[in-house]
Write a protein that binds this ligand. Structure first.
Ligand code: ATP
Ligand code: MG
Length: 455
């Protein structure tokens, strides 16, 4: 149905062109060190070790993809992928710590200490026989191929270059170097067909455009608005992975704005439909993402659970209010709201169980920050997720959801010595508006035991 509709709108004729979507240029442009200007100091010693070993054993081997793109823009790549004509078995035999992983397409993880390099065998063209879903998404395609075929299967021209550290040459099959210089993001082949084969590429357009601050080539951009619903057919776990990459790209806010501009947020994450339309929610998310971007740009880690807990918080808040208004006690009401939000979200975006559990902890700890008497604040300090929950509390204060005083109190309590902590506890802070409102409301029915017990 969707497929027909999209074809009609785009005037695309029926199926087989998906298979010839990417034109396979046999002859690459070869650029010398002087022409491409890559700084060899930015190339990881382990990546050189891997390409060298493979080449010494008679195979072709190159650094490929994002790392080459980053090197060409003078950025130190965060990881290095290697492409080779050796099969996974042949690669595995050459390294002491090498593991074949993946079912859809086997790749090899080569480890040196903590450093992990992904080694992929050149992939061949997808053919008509490759199994597809009813919308044309390729389900399994495990054929090896020639280097020029591998280049044609990659997503964007700028992601389709190969760097050989030994000769210091770059092989460019699809005009990537020109596009990098002009700052243009261009998909390889026929855009509609490439999105149909793999709708996740639409999310990747958004991520790279925002992250690199590149202009999207008009032909690459045009079909996205119409084809966006195809994302709904992609397995939720894959969408989650790509969303996580997008949110931790260091340009999360720009990515979300771009997602919205392209109409990709509808249905993708229910939260984005709802939350970005509420002023309070938008403020909270803007702050959370600005914070995340800053951390990433400083090379700090961000936790996916904190990120998703932030994105979904205003949905939780809304449902929490609704349960309380229906007479539920505040704490069980919060757990019920968390259940609802996590369950709904899981359909579109498979939030892993562990991440879901951590998100729940961060949310569930929020009302406990209001109990600033007796032993509770000390117990909070020992809680495994205190740091994340406290950061979350500060975001709530900064967004104007709760009184800034509560955040200041906790900052002083965390940083204070024993005397200061006692003094703070005895200073009898004013009860925040949320807490007193919750207390005044008379519950009409008893809380379910299980939810209450979790608190
Ligand atoms: P980043 O720096 O964010 O990791 P990247 O370009 O390395 O960017 P990856 O997701 O690591 O992105 O993918 C590595 C390479 O694999 C890409 O550069 C691209 O050549 C290819 N690739 C990844 N995903 C796809 C896809 N869905 N379709 C086609 N090619 C892809
Ligand atoms: Mg990468």
């Amino acid at each position: 149905m969707i497929k027909k509709f999209i074809r009609k709108i785009l005037g695309v004729k029926s199926a087989p062109e998906a298979t010839v979507a990417a034109v396979s240029n046999r002859k690459p442009t070869v650029l010398s060190a002087k022409e491409h200007g890559i700084n060899p100091q930015l190339v990881s010693a382990n990546a050189i070790r891997v390409t060298q070993t493979l080449q010494d054993n008679g195979f072709k081997a190159f650094i490929v993809g994002g790392a080459v793109r980053d090197l060409l823009t003078g950025v130190k790549p965060k990881d290095f992928d290697i492409a080779t004509n050796a099969t996974p078995e042949q690669v595995k035999r050459l390294f002491r710590r090498a593991f074949i992983i993946g079912r859809r397409f086997q790749i090899v993880h080569v480890m040196f200490g903590q450093d992990l390099l992904e080694v992929t065998t050149f992939r061949g063209p997808s053919n008509d026989a490759a199994p597809k879903d009813e919308h044309g998404r390729v389900l399994r395609d495990n054929t090896f191929g020639e280097q020029h075929e591998d280049a044609a299967r990659r997503d964007f021209t700028i992601n389709s270059m190969y760097y050989d550290p030994a000769s210091q040459t770059v092989l460019d099959y699809h005009g990537g170097i020109k596009d990098i210089r002009k700052k243009i993001l261009r998909i390889i082949g026929v855009p509609e067909a490439r999105y149909r084969e793999d709708p996740v590429r639409m999310l990747r357009v958004v991520r790279f455009a925002a992250k690199l601050q590149f202009t999207i080539d008009p032909a690459t951009q045009a079909p996205i608005a119409v084809m966006a619903p195809l994302i709904n057919n992609v397995p939720a776990a894959r969408v989650f992975d790509e969303m996580l990459k997008l949110l931790t790209s260091g340009h999360a806010m720009a990515c979300l704005q771009e997602l919205r501009k392209e109409g990709l947020h509808h249905g993708l994450m229910p939260l984005l439909d709802v939350v970005l339309e509420q002023p309070m929610g938008e403020k909270f998310i803007t702050l959370a993402l600005a914070n995340t971007d800053e951390r990433i740009q400083q090379g700090k880690r961000v936790s996916p659970s904190f990120l998703f807990a932030s994105l979904l918080w205003h949905q939780v808040l809304e449902k929490w209010e609704a349960y309380k208004a229906a007479g539920e006690f505040p704490i069980p009401a919060l757990h019920l709201a968390a259940d609802d939000v996590l369950n709904t979200q899981t359909d579109a975006l498979a939030i892993q169980r562990k991440i879901g559990a951590d998100m729940r902890d961060i949310w569930a700890m929020q009302p406990r920050f209001e109990k600033r008497v007796g032993k509770t604040p000390y117990k909070m300090l020992e809680h495994q997720r205190m740091r994340a929950a406290y950061d979350f509390l500060l975001l709530r204060c900064a967004s104007g959801e709760i009184d800034a005083e509560i955040g200041e109190w906790w900052t002083a309590f965390i940083n204070g010595d024993a005397d200061e902590r006692e003094r703070l506890i005895n200073s009898k802070p004013k009860a925040p508006a949320g807490a007193s409102a919750a207390k005044k409301r008379k519950p009409r029915r008893r809380a379910p035991r299980k939810a209450a017990a979790q608190e």
